[in-house]
Design a protein around this ligand. Sequence first.
Ligand SMILES: [Zn+2]
Length: 411
Amino acid sequence: MVRSLLLSPVARPPPRPLSTFISSGLFWLLLPAVAGVGWWFGQRAARRPSPLTGSGYSQDYFRGLDYILDEQPDKAVEIFISMLEHYADTTEIHWVLGKLFRRCGELDRAIHVHQSLLSRAGLAEQQRLMFVHELGVDYLRAGLLDRAENLFREVVDSGHNGTHAEVSLTGLLEIYQQEQDWEKAIFTARQLQNYRRQGTGLMIAQFYCQQAELARGRAVDERACLEQAMAADPKCVRASLAEARLLAEDDQLERAIGTLQRVEHQDPDFLPEIIRPLLHSYRGLKRTDSGLEYLRQVYSRRGGISMLMELAQHIATAEGDEAAMHYLAAELRKHPSVRGVNLLLQYMVGVADGSTRDELSVVHEIIGRFLEHEPMYRCRQCGFRAHTLHWQCPGCRGWSVVKPVREADAE
Ligand SMILES: [Zn+2]
């Protein structure tokens, strides 16, 4: 039966550097399990020096560990399975195998291992909860969300407020986000707050913003969700942008401006997002100059190519291409930017003539075509690039980590 686990071949990934492997997460995922087996060997060896400490068992263990460190989980699986031939009752080895099978995408085998572990008599309660959680993760990865939810719920409801409860709450949170059940996600994130030092306020605020999106067209409900979002995370830019939109729609333009101006102190990385709605509200109040003055002040404090380009465009409209060209050239000397240079070329085309004008036009067009494919947004966590703003990164699923690209980190 043990050998039958070996039958299907597992695709072997190409070896990767240790630093990449450690950052990939497999190392950290498997480390507790492997350490557990190591500890078990140590205990056994202390009681009974051979054969565990000789050239047999412990050597296999270290070979298995070596394969895990080399990110060759398929080879590690073979080693740990061969160890079961002599020590079939060893819970810890089954535990490592379950994790390795899951890592290899062999979810049926992982489920089988965890189910058989759970069927063992005499498990300590903490150990049983750990296996319940592991089985829950198997079902989650297999997309069987109802089964996974029941198992995670069993761990959380057990009343044992240890690590297993925390990781099961994390599992539940993943399920509710996948199901877009924001009410349950909020409830679960609040429970998780008891375990996490850095808190879950940012996530809770985003869940309320998701609810606000669903309440679009019902201003009272939408506003109530946004208030909750701000209460959970006073630095929630998304809530400020949505609230400002609601206020502008209600013709409360002064308040909309005040709400947008909060963004500078919430997260200045998102300042490019306020330019358009802010100027729209100032224009509605017939105070465009005040809006531009505000942008000038923010630019002097924070910099940013989007602010600079907006200001240059207004100078071009009010005073002509030559004035905009001089302003932009002076600023770009201090803060170089490809997008800025292309706008500068546009103004240079405006003031040049003859063949110089034609040649500058060609350069402007070529750079413009190149910039068309450059993403405006990038995830600060995983590097995912996008042309539109995503509040949840499609790459790493992190919240509020996709931000407008800063020229400095475009490459
Ligand atoms: Zn990401």
